[in-house]
Design a protein around this ligand. Structure first.
Ligand code: ADP
Ligand code: ZN
Ligand code: MG
Length: 479
C-alpha cells in the first residue's frame, strides 16, 4: 500500500500585552462590559487617524529576534480590505510585503529528535471586534477587542512539520517563548493565543505538495493535536478512495471530535492589499534593535537546558516547568527550599496542576508558596508524614493557605512505630473477626478493607508500608 506523510505549517495569532490598543489610547484588556473600551479611532469614525503603539512594535521586534529572524529596516503597514460586522473600518491594518520579522526558526524536540521549524514572517496587525450570537436569536457586537494589537507568526514554506506531535511541540515551545518575552499571556482559552494548522498529505518521499486544508477555532493544545490527527486520517482516506483533497478552511468540533467544511477556496476573498495611507513606513534603526536585543530576557530554550543540567530533569518535565517564567521560578524556589527537585517536579505536574486547573488559577495566584511545597516534601522525606497524608495536607494548603507545620501540629506525625501499628492492627482484627477469618481462608482482596480500617483508626496517620508489612506478617503466621 502507498505510504503517505503529512506536511504541516502553522499560523499563530497572539494578542500583545500592551496597556493600550494598537492605534489609539483605549485600554487593552480581556473581557469587560461590552463596548466600554472604544473611541473614534477603533470605531472607525470618519476622519479619525491611527497612531502606532511603540510598545506593540517592540514586542514584535523582541519576539522576532527571539525567533532568530532578520528585522526589516523599513517595515510598513497595509490595508487588508474585507467586510464583516466585527470590522468597523471595512479593512484591517496589517502588514503585507514588508513585515517586521522574516526568515527565523524555532527548534523543537519530539521523542529525543530535534527539528528546526523555520519561520517565514512575524508581523503586526490589529484584532477585530467580537460577534456574539444571543439566545434571543439576535446578534450583537462588542468592539472592546477591535484594534487590540495582534502579532501573527507564520511558518516557512515548504513546511518543516510532519506530525501532530511536532505541531503541538511547536506550539508549546512558541507559547513558552511568548510568555518569556512578555509579548503574550498565552491563554488559548481566552483567545489571546490562536492557532491555525495548515495541512496536506503527499506520498512519502515525494517533493511535491498536495492541496492543503486550514483548521480554525482551536482553543487548546489537545484540540490542535486531535484535529490534526483527524485531518491526516481524513485526507489519507480521500486519497485512498482515488479522490482529490479539496483546498478549504475547516472548523473543529470539540463535541463531535471532527473537522467540518467552513468555506472552500473558491469563495476566498481578494483583499486588495495596499499601503496604509494614514501611516508612514515603520523605520526600525540598528540602535533600536540593539537596545531590544540587549534587554532580551533569558529564553525558555536556555532555561530548559539549565534546569535539565542543574536539577537532572527529564525533557518532558523541563518542557512543562518552562511553560512560563512563573512556573519555572516556582520550581526553582521550591527546589531550593527542600533540595528535592524530582519530587517538586512531580508534585507540580500532578496534584498541584490538577488543583490549579480545577480552580482556574495561575500558579502565581496560588495560596501555596514555593517554600511551603518544599517544606511539605521535606516532611515526607524525613518520614514524618506519609505520601497519603501529604496529599490531604496539600489540598488544605491549597484551599486555605495553611502551612504544612500548622497541619502537622494539628494532625501529629505519622505513626511508624511497629508496636503502635501492631496494636491498631490487633484492634481492627478483634472488631472484624469474620473478615479476618475470610482473609486467612484465602480471600486476600479483603486485606484492602482491613488496611482502610487501620488507616481510619489512626486518623490517616499509620504508615501505609509499615501497616501492610505487619498485616502480611500476621497473615503468614495465622494461615
Ligand atoms: P494562506 O494564504 O492560504 O493562508 P500561506 O501561503 O500564507 O497560505 O501559508 C500558510 C501556512 O501554510 C504556512 O505555514 C505555509 O508553510 C503552510 N502551507 C502552505 N502550503 C502548504 C501545503 N501544501 N501543505 C501544508 N502546509 C502548507
Ligand atoms: Zn480606541
Ligand atoms: Mg491562511
Amino acid at each position: 500500500m502507498t505510504e503517505y506523510e503529512a506536511v504541516i505549517g502553522m499560523e499563530v495569532h497572539a494578542e500583545l500585552l500592551t496597556e493600550s490598543k494598537m492605534f489609539c489610547g483605549c485600554r487593552n484588556a480581556f473581557g469587560g462590559e461590552p463596548n466600554t473600551r472604544c473611541c473614534p479611532v477603533c470605531l472607525a469614525m470618519p476622519g479619525a487617524l491611527p497612531v502606532v503603539n511603540r510598545k506593540a512594535v517592540e514586542h514584535v521586534i523582541r519576539t522576532a529576534l527571539a525567533l532568530n529572524c532578520s528585522i526589516n529596516a523599513s517595515a510598513k503597514f497595509d490595508r487588508k480590505n474585507y467586510f464583516y460586522p466585527d470590522l468597523p473600518k471595512g479593512y484591517q491594518i496589517s502588514q503585507y510585503d514588508r513585515p517586521i520579522g522574516v526568515n527565523g526558526w524555532l527548534d523543537i524536540e519530539v521523542g529525543g529528535k530535534t527539528t528546526r521549524v523555520r519561520i517565514r514572517r512575524v508581523h503586526l496587525e490589529e484584532d477585530t471586534g467580537k460577534l456574539m450570537h444571543l439566545p434571543s436569536g439576535d446578534s450583537a457586537v462588542d468592539y472592546n477587542r477591535a484594534g487590540v494589537p495582534l502579532m501573527e507568526i507564520v511558518t516557512e514554506f515548504p513546511p518543516d512539520m510532519r506530525s501532530a506531535d511536532e505541531a503541538r511541540a511547536y506550539l508549546i515551545a512558541l507559547r513558552a517563548l511568548l510568555t518569556y518575552t512578555g509579548a503574550s499571556d498565552g491563554r488559548m482559552e481566552e483567545g489571546s493565543l490562536r492557532c491555525e494548522p495548515n495541512l496536506s498529505i503527499r506520498v512519502k518521499g515525494s517533493d511535491t505538495f498536495g492541496a492543503k486544508t486550514e483548521i480554525k477555532n482551536l482553543n487548546s493544545f489537545r484540540a490542535v493535536h486531535r484535529s490534526i490527527e483527524y485531518e491526516i486520517a481524513r485526507q489519507i482516506e480521500v486519497l485512498r478512495r482515488g479522490e482529490a483533497v479539496r483546498q478549504e478552511t475547516r472548523g473543529w468540533s470539540d463535541a463531535r471530535q471532527e473537522t467540518f467544511v467552513q468555506r472552500s477556496k473558491e469563495d476566498e476573498q481578494e483583499y486588495r492589499y495596499f499601503p496604509e495611507p494614514d501611516l508612514p513606513p515603520l523605520m526600525i534603526g540598528e540602535e533600536w534593535i540593539e537596545s531590544i536585543r540587549r534587554q532580551m530576557p533569558e529564553l525558555p530554550s536556555s532555561v530548559r537546558e539549565r534546569l535539565r543540567r542543574d536539577y537532572g530533569l527529564r525533557a518532558a518535565e523541563a518542557d512543562w516547568i518552562t511553560q512560563n517564567p512563573a512556573t519555572a521560578a516556582y520550581f526553582t524556589e521550591a527546589s531550593r527550599a527542600c533540595g528535592l527537585p524530582a519530587q517538586v517536579a512531580s508534585w507540580m505536574m500532578g496534584d498541584f496542576a490538577r488543583l490549579l486547573n480545577a480552580s482556574g488559577l495561575a500558579i502565581e495566584q496560588a495560596r501555596v508558596a514555593p517554600e511551603q511545597l518544599g517544606r511539605l516534601l521535606s516532611l515526607i522525606d524525613a518520614g514524618r508524614i506519609s505520601g497519603k497524608m501529604a496529599k490531604g495536607f496539600f489540598e488544605r494548603m491549597f484551599e486555605t493557605g495553611a502551612t504544612p507545620d500548622a497541619l502537622l501540629a494539628e494532625h501529629g506525625d505519622q505513626v511508624t512505630d511497629e508496636a503502635a501499628i501492631a496494636s491498631l492492627v490487633d484492634q481492627v482484627i478483634a472488631a472484624e473477626p469474620d473478615v479476618w477469618a475470610a482473609i486467612c481462608a484465602g480471600d486476600e482482596r479483603k486485606l484492602t478493607y482491613v488496611m482502610g480500617q487501620v488507616m481510619k483508626l489512626s486518623r490517616g496517620k499509620a504508615n501505609p508500608q509499615e501497616t501492610r508489612r505487619l498485616l502480611d506478617g500476621r497473615l503468614e503466621k495465622e494461615r
